[in-house]
Design a protein around this ligand. Structure first.
Ligand SMILES: *Cc1c(COP(=O)(O)O)cnc(C)c1O
Length: 476
């Protein structure tokens, strides 16, 4: 066998990595500084067909690592830019991005414990910490997985296995009566999708209408239960921070109901779980400790790069029951407990990135209180934005509970039917202009503009300038 060819050796050369790495980090740090200084656009938007043609034209040869990656960075939606007030995606902590680099370089797959000799125990330490922060009882546990959507699917599979009353995993979904859960009419779309993936069809999600504060109340759940007909309802899905408005459902009241009726309580805290770290706002999650399962995205309020999602169970054993399957080439033990260190038993994923490194390292470096203060600031800024929008004549239908605010422009003399089109047009103009980035959402009362304040580097002047920008666009 010949020696390793030069081209292979060069690509893996640690000195090349060192040199590229230093240049890349320098260039990224400069770019971050520019965004923080509000230079350049928040969204360098161009029609996607045009953008695709431009990138395609370059071809896939002749690249230079740092030049190429920085060109991609500069053409990207700039989440670090303080004029991005749009989706629930944070500018990640730069230290967490470095942790991700380490995870990528080590590439420990984690399905089995020996393929994650640091990543597996560190993940379990992070999971324990998250369970404690939510007040879940001793015996709680879970897993990190790739996103709230996959997390919701994972938790609902565990719910089904625990509460269906028959062995769905072994005998199939049609071996018992048709099942359903109660979801709020504001629930994230991933839940309806999950129930369809599980084979429950249209009737699998019985929607209970939210109240005027966009919360799911026990009274609405009771009314929805009465409409279940043939379907056997096995659980309720509550939101701790709904996607559209950021409303928090009354978890104690819902837990009273699920406990009385023997139903599973799943709390989708993908957005709001982080509030547990804020002494000021933690009360919004009161009752979450009574949930059977919780999904919590660290890539939202905990400032991690996507994706780092925790699926937590009040009883850790449910984590295994969701996927009660043996793959002998991976999980060879005869007693299931022996393979419980293999995190592949707890998630749909086989190979999984060592995503715990990000949160673990940043907690150790910055401390829990840093995250709480960051969340307090995001919520304070959101409330300030709501007040400024109201003062400028925009309609703000709901005082923000957390860091999401919905609003719309209501010009005098415009008919209700034309309001949606008008506000959609405003949102399109904001995007095409690119200096600010906001999004929109459909509420029962109509289409609204929507801002989530994720960037703690936003200052009051950014809020003022967004309002001025919107007013100028609305006038023209
Ligand atoms: C963001 C969100 C999700 C989806 O999470 P992803 O990580 O984007 O897949 C689910 N539910 C709620 C309430 C969310 O805010």
């Amino acid at each position: 066998m010949s020696e390793v060819p030069k081209a292979i050796r060069d690509a893996y050369d640690p000195e090349r990595f060192r040199a590229d790495g230093h240049r890349l980090i320098d260039a990224l740090a400069d770019q971050l500084a520019a965004w923080h200084a509000r230079e350049g656009l928040a969204v360098p938007w161009k029609p996607m067909a045009e953008a695709r043609a431009q990138w395609a034209e370059q071809g896939l040869t002749g690249g230079e690592l740092v030049t190429d990656l920085m060109a991609a960075a500069r053409a990207s939606t700039a989440l670090a830019h303080p004029r991005v007030m749009a989706h629930q995606v944070p500018p990640p902590l730069p230290g967490a991005a470095l942790a991700e680099l380490v995870a990528a370089l080590l590439n420990n797959g984690m399905a089995v414990a020996e393929m994650g000799t640091a990543a597996v125990p560190i993940e379990l330490v992070v999971i324990d910490w998250m369970c404690k922060k939510l007040g879940l009882p001793a015996g709680a546990g879970g897993v990190l997985t790739s996103g709230g959507s996959l997390g919701n699917l994972t938790a609902l599979l565990a719910m089904r296995q625990a509460h269906a009353g028959f062995d769905v995993w072994k005998d199939g979904a049609h071996a018992g009566p048709p099942l359903a859960v109660i979801v709020s009419s504001d629930a994230h779309y991933s839940l309806a999708r999950t129930l369809r993936i599980m084979g429950w069809g249209d009737g699998g999600a019985i929607a209970a209408p939210v109240d005027s504060a966009h919360r799911l109340t026990p009274a609405a759940v009771e009314r929805a239960l009465a409409t279940a007909g043939e379907r056997r309802v096995i659980g309720i899905i509550a939101a701790a921070g709904s996607t559209a408005t950021g409303a928090f459902d009354p978890l104690h009241e819902l837990a009273d109901l699920t406990e009385a009726k023997g139903l599973w309580l799943h709390v989708d805290a993908a957005h709001g779980g982080g509030v547990a770290l804020s002494a000021t706002h933690r009360h919004l999650l009161a009752g979450i400790e009574r949930a059977d399962s919780v999904v919590w995205d660290a890539h939202k309020l905990l400032m991690m790069p996507a994706l780092v999602t925790a699926v937590l169970y009040k009883q850790e054993r449910h984590a295994y029951e969701a996927f009660a399957q043996q793959a002998s080439y991976l999980f060879a033990a005869t007693r299931p407990e022996e393979t419980w260190w293999d995190l592949g038993q707890r998630t749909l994923e086989c190979t999984k990135r060592a995503m715990s490194f990000e949160l673990w390292s940043q907690l150790r470096v910055h401390g829990e209180a840093w995250f709480g203060a960051c969340i307090d600031r995001q919520i304070e800024l959101t409330r300030a934005l709501a007040a400024k929008l109201t003062a400028a004549g925009f309609s703000v239908p709901l005082a923000p509970t957390a860091n999401i605010v919905c609003y719309r422009h209501v010009p005098v003399g415009l008919e209700a039917a034309a309001l949606d089109d008008h506000n959609r047009a405003v949102r399109t103009r904001v995007l095409e202009d690119g200096r600010f980035y906001i999004v929109g959402t459909q509420l029962p009362s109509g289409y609204h503009l929507r801002s989530t304040i994720m960037n703690p580097l936003i200052e009051e002047r950014d809020l003022d300038e967004l309002v001025a920008h919107l007013r100028a666009l609305c006038r023209s």
